[in-house]
Design a protein around this ligand. Sequence first.
Ligand SMILES: Cc1ncc(COP(=O)(O)O)c(C=O)c1O
Length: 418
Amino acid sequence: MNPPPAAASSSRSSLIAAAADRPADDPIFALNAEAVRRRKAGESILNATLGALMEDDGRLAVMPVVREALAAVDPLRAAAYAPISGEPAFLEAALRDVFGNKPRARHTTTAATPDGTNALHHAIVNFVEPGQALLTTDYHWGPYETLATHTGRRVETFPMFDRAGAFDLDAFERALRDQVARQGRSLVLLNTPCNNPTGYSLDRGEREGLAAIVREVSSRGTVALLIDLAYAHFGGGVASAQLDAFDDLGEGGVLLVAWTVSKAFAQYGARIGALLAAHDSEDERRRIANALSFSCRGTWSNCNHLGMLAITELLSDPRKRVRCEAERGRLIELLAQRVRAFNEHAGRAGLRYPRYEGGFFVTVFTADSAACARRMRELGVYVVPVRGAVRVALCSTPAAEVPRLVEALQQGLAAAGG
Ligand SMILES: Cc1ncc(COP(=O)(O)O)c(C=O)c1O
């Protein structure tokens, strides 16, 4: 009888080399799991880690009109495959939600994606060559790196803030020129308004300055400027106003918009979103539309049909739209109260953080974010350490808890040496 095969060595993996040493879990979800475990064990825990808007009592904040719309979709329609690039009525509704009746809407092609994450995915695989880097701010949403690594691309960053705490346009210009000179192209990912993790929203002057730089540099190579609108509704004003400055991005410029229902409809689980690409040339729009459709086929094939039909109804039926705005308005106000409370207490405590007028998160700068977050965990307060700061999720912190949060931040900063 043959001996049984030797047990596989634990150091040998059946995975390809690049996949064999992936981190086990998203660190934010791991911190959240620890916070939840401690709370279940009876401790008083303030969990300011997760990026979902919670009611003051800790339940997920939702919009009833969205639940009703999902329930009202014809099950037979929902059961059928959706078109590869998305339902035409959905694409039109998403386009109008972003651009309203602005002329730009006529020069834009749209593809449905499972939420904002995958809108970013499609931008990366179609506007950055394998091996090349995309460009973003040094403070950015961690999955930008996961998406880039996973698709064989890289991330290069530029300092987000200048010494005065404003968006560092000079640093952006230097980084963009340099990248375009090396790569012949650039995909810039910019999350505004309500940047995750800093909470910062570019003001009109900063958006105009940014556009002028892109216009100039795009005479030397392709510059795809992607505005990640994940938190657009929480930044005050309508999305189209955020994009006005980017109407003209010059010869080699293209405007991309990552649009998602996750935060806008408090519907994180449905995975509904879109990537919009605005370009003046009809030929180029056709090429982009084909490329995006190919990417859809080559990844998820087609999106959640039920969700797309429900969101289309909410965006197109005037009465449901009004209800949506009212229910979303309540959520916006819930968050605004927390932002006001934070500015009041953190301002009084002298914490250092960027201009914060709204949004799910804010970052408080610190010399040692790991030490700061560790001390805060000892006090039962969970925040996410990032490079040079801790990210605080006001979206999951009731206004009444803000004084405890700020007190813990002060103690954390003291432990971190400032
Ligand atoms: C900056 C940013 N962009 C995009 C997303 C995408 O979220 P989703 O894939 O749920 O639309 C998120 C979610 O947290 C985010 O924070």
